[in-house]
Design a protein around this ligand. Structure first.
Ligand SMILES: O=C(O)CCC(=O)C(=O)O
Ligand SMILES: [Fe+2]
Length: 366
């Protein structure tokens, strides 16, 4: 059973979306206040430049406030040597500013930090937004579904209404698609916070790759070449695809040319800043050179299981990652058209960060 929703713009029908479950089931769903809403009219102007100071800058490297010895409940484990830390026994909702600063540094160092058994979803949208806004101005997704009255929540809803997933499954060999969130923005995101409210019994994991490790593995001559180059990241395809699916595009799409090797403002570490989702070409190279080099890097990122982590969601899991040093992919391995396989639903808050800086003063341009 499903509900078809008509998308209208200025009174005219511009598309239709089929929701995964009918209204009766929506009403019964525990988190129905977070279900996806597609605004039909809201228009946003271009994002203006803003000052950004990374919260991890100058934070205690030992994380003595966040990972305090006096918390007997605390369990911290590295999920792999290279990327990913899991924390139990600590509520994000209770952190003070010193702890949040240390958390920002920990996320930058470990790429992704997984908090288990959180009450985050229960503190309500406004307090979640206050928490996320501490790390940087909140991003409003140009095309995604959101939470009613809260455009800053990007809705993750792998149901039949999410047409692009269905298309991927029909038209591609795999749904794996490593990306860094909206990297086309002039000041792309730092920390993303993803909370899954409903998790299928099996499947629907998420994987992250360390772009810091991916960079470090390259040979010296390739590193030297890449450090002098910028690549174009574009939001145009995403906007075109959304229009094709009858979704509303809230803001004119943008492009940016970002350094391929990005230096993290808090750790000083270098990371590859290209991703298959949004990076289109390397500036200054011939087409074939750019295509070959990008393909090499995309394959490198996707194939490096020894610098990736795959995380299984549990009820109450919240993942926080730094888009400047990682790429990630949803793993859409369950049949989201089939309600028997479960509902996967979550909400994402995304904080914007610095204008990317490269090596030897190379900066982003647009
Ligand atoms: O659904 C997921 O596992 C990840 C989706 C995603 O790419 C995101 O939230 O940024
Ligand atoms: Fe993402």
């Amino acid at each position: 059973m499903s509900t078809t929703k008509t998308i209208t713009k200025s009174g005219a029908e511009v598309g239709r979306l089929t929701l995964a479950y009918d209204d009766a089931i929506h009403q019964q769903y525990q988190y129905h206040q977070y279900l996806p809403v597609y605004d039909e009219e809201t228009r946003f102007e271009a994002i203006q430049p803003f000052e950004f100071k990374d919260r991890g800058l100058g934070a205690d490297k030992a994380k003595s406030a966040l990972l305090s010895n006096s918390n007997s409940e605390l369990k911290v484990s590295k999920l792999t040597p290279v990327i990913g830390t899991e924390i139990r026994g600590l509520q994000l909702s209770q952190l003070n500013d010193t702890q949040k600063n240390e958390l920002a540094l920990l996320i930058a160092e470990r790429g992704v930090v997984i908090f288990r058994d959180q009450d985050f979803k229960d503190i309500g949208p406004d307090r979640q937004m206050d928490f996320a806004r501490y790390f940087g101005p909140l991003h409003v997704h140009p095309v995604g579904a959101h939470v009613k009255d809260h455009l800053e929540f990007h809705n993750i809803y792998l149901g039949p209404d999410n047409e692009y997933r269905a298309r991927q499954r029909r038209e591609r060999l795999t749904t794996t698609g490593y990306h860094s969130d909206v990297s086309y923005e002039h000041q792309p995101p730092g920390i993303t916070i993803l909370t899954l409210l409903s998790v299928p019994p099996t499947g629907g994991d998420t994987a992250w790759a360390s772009q810091t490790a991916a960079y470090a593995r390259l040979s010296k001559p390739i590193k030297a070449l890449l450090e002098g180059l910028r690549a174009e990241h574009s939001g145009f395809n995403q906007a075109d695809n959304a229009r094709r699916d009858g979704k509303h595009v809230r803001r004119e799409p943008v492009k940016s040319e970002h350094p391929i090797v990005r230096v993290h403002p808090a750790t000083g570490e270098k990371a590859l800043f290209v991703n298959k989702g949004f990076t289109k070409r390397i500036i200054g190279l011939q087409h074939e050179e750019s295509d070959a080099l990008l393909q090499l890097l995309f394959n490198h990122i996707a194939l490096g299981q020894d610098f990736q982590v795959r995380v299984k969601w549990e009820e109450g899991t919240v993942a926080l990652w730094d888009n400047r040093v990682t790429a990630h992919t949803a793993i859409s391995d369950f049949d989201h058209h089939n309600p028997q396989e479960g509902l996967r639903h979550g909400v994402r808050l995304t904080s914007q960060a610095d204008k990317p800086s490269g090596v030897n003063g190379l900066e982003s341009v647009w």
